[in-house]
Design a protein around this ligand. Structure first.
Ligand code: PEP
Length: 245
């Protein structure tokens, strides 16, 4: 299984930040981990032109290929720049932009049609966790966000408990393991043997100090990292832990 360390810069970074990607490429030039940075769209083109093996992804795409959608960016446009991945259905987009599972599924399909690998984000809210609805929420999101053909092309799933994103709160290791095992089972139920090749990332307050224990868990194939991916120094610690896992 491909191990993936994905960084989501969100709305952070200007052109000087590109040096962080170059530093990562230098430090991990022989890594067996797929290192991926998803910068803001303003940096995508220049990031894709950097030398080195760090893959580049976008943070969102539109469901359509082109059209009268002011301010939007399509998967075709992202692919043309040389990006390989696109994050789809991040909880910030689900809550701030009203993205439903149906929209996430359409975006995921659009990404795959253009040869991009979608990183589909799912995760329960704090209320759902407190009401013991975590697994049912995950099941609903997985069922609704993935098309019936989803596993026939490369795809990545990121489990990101909403309450763990940017808060410093991380579920217990047994809670992460439980959800990842559940995701793997759900994917197998739906996609059969193809499901074994789908990388499952954990996301939510991953840092250098907690990465090793998270990566030691079964069915955790890497991480989607926000804050700790902005500086090469910090992200490197996480990548090193994944290299050793
Ligand atoms: C994220 O935004 O996907 C994320 C996991 O953020 P953080 O690592 O900062 O919690």
């Amino acid at each position: 299984m491909q191990k993936i360390a994905a960084g989501n810069w969100k709305m952070n970074g200007i052109s000087t930040s590109l040096s962080e990607i170059s530093l990562l490429a230098q430090r991990h030039s022989t890594s067996d981990v797929e290192i991926l940075i998803c910068p803001p769209v303003t940096l995508l083109g220049n990031a894709c032109s950097l030398p080195g093996s760090v893959a580049i992804g976008a943070q969102n795409c539109h469901i359509s290929r082109s059209g009268a959608y002011t301010g939007e960016i399509s998967a075709q446009m992202i692919a043309e720049l040389g990006a390989k991945y696109v994050i789809i259905g991040h909880s910030e987009r689900r809550s701030n932009n009203g993205e439903t599972d149906y929209i996430v599924q359409k975006k995921m399909m659009s990404a795959q049609q253009e040869g991009l690998t979608p990183i589909v984000c799912i995760g329960e809210t704090l209320r759902q966790r407190q009401n013991s609805q975590t697994l049912s929420a995950i099941k609903t999101q997985l069922d609704g966000s993935l098309s019936s053909e989803a596993a026939k092309s490369p795809i990545v799933i990121a489990y990101e408990p909403v309450w763990a994103i940017g808060t410093g709160h991380v579920p217990s290791m047994s809670e992460i393991a439980q959800v990842h095992e559940f995701c793997r089972k759900q994917l197998k139920r739906r996609f059969g043997d193809l499901a074994v090749n789908i990388p499952l990332l954990y996301g939510g307050s991953v840092k250098g100090s907690n990465a090793a224990e998270i990566f030691a868990l079964q069915n955790v194939n890497g991480a989607l990292v926000g804050g700790a991916s902005l500086k090469a120094e910090d992200f490197s610690q996480i990548i090193l832990a994944l290299e050793d896992a």
